[in-house]
Ligand binder design. Sequence first.
Ligand SMILES: NC(=O)c1ccc[n+]([C@@H]2O[C@H](COP(=O)([O-])OP(=O)(O)OC[C@H]3O[C@@H](n4cnc5c(N)ncnc54)[C@H](OP(=O)(O)O)[C@@H]3O)[C@@H](O)[C@H]2O)c1
Length: 335
Amino acid sequence: MKIKVGVVGYGTIGKRVADAVLLQDDMELVGVTAHSYNYRVAIAAERGIKIFAVDGERESLEAHGISVAGSFDDLLENVDVVVDATPKKQGAENKKIYEAKGVKAIFQGGEKASVADVSFVAQANYSAALNKQFVRVVSCNTTALTRTIHALDQKWGVKRARATLVRRAMDPAASRGGPLNAIEPTFELPSHHGPDVRTVLPNVEVFTTAIIAPTTLMHMHVLSVKLEKDAAVEEVIDLFRNTTRVRVIPVDQKIITTAQVMELARDLGNKRGDMMEICVWDKGIGIYDDELFFMQAVHQESDVVPENIDAIRAVMGFEDAEKSIEMTNKSLGLK
Ligand SMILES: NC(=O)c1ccc[n+]([C@@H]2O[C@H](COP(=O)([O-])OP(=O)(O)OC[C@H]3O[C@@H](n4cnc5c(N)ncnc54)[C@H](OP(=O)(O)O)[C@@H]3O)[C@@H](O)[C@H]2O)c1
């Protein structure tokens, strides 16, 4: 029996998760919600994805020629689990509906950790999400920090990690947001990302600061990590090469900027030009005294997609974390 999945909120994250669900042999995409008529919904309908209308949108959708399969309620009646990728705070509102219907839900990082039973990054804490009703896939930044810090912690032990996040101002398709021509410091110490990593890795001391830069492509993190045991640069490169959903970027190939990383993703033929792996530049890795330094780029629109797929399997009771990660990776072309 395939896992019946619904996607609620068909935007940047929702449309990517829906496509990823369609690639899984053990899942069926029952349909997606439409909150208004727009090109995303029109393309989904053209591709044969079933559209379920929210908030009395049915008439407007039908007036635009969209065949509506049912309401939000109807979608919930026909699924085992939903991925809620609505804008932040809407997920917490929707939770009341999922509770009333007894539907399992995967929330996104825009929601507070308290929305779910567990905050999730597959390679760090898959088993914590087994059979839970509500799981939160953490934000793009938290996912990225967790993937690399967890790998270091497993191999050498992390005494403490510090990271400065250079955050993209907005997503590429957005026309509101900013800054447009300035760099904006975040006056929150730590920035919320450090405590958020600790919702997944409670035993690792992580402290973050953040600034926002006028770019839309990717976030960039600059990390310094004190390890419990000595490590050499080549060993760190090897570790990241062998860490799932992390990609070591060879600087010799002249992939230097985040724009070039995105170009690499397009040249690899990745759908939408997505880069779901966290990209660590090999020549950006260094050790000074007892501290490890490295830099990583994060494609905010896509790195959480595989986590959503693994979270679906976990809440449905699929016990083998490694197998789930392997299935997800194979379907998405990841290592
Ligand atoms: N974008 C990122 O970089 C990123 C990365 C990681 C995690 N996240 C998290 O993922 C979540 C979704 O973010 P996003 O960037 O995908 O947002 P988004 O692009 O704005 O998409 C949100 C979608 O939800 C729909 N929606 C709005 N209200 C709804 C409702 N009441 N019921 C059903 N659908 C509704 C919107 O439809 P309309 O457009 O028709 O209103 C839109 O399609 C947030 O928690 C965010 O923090 C985002």
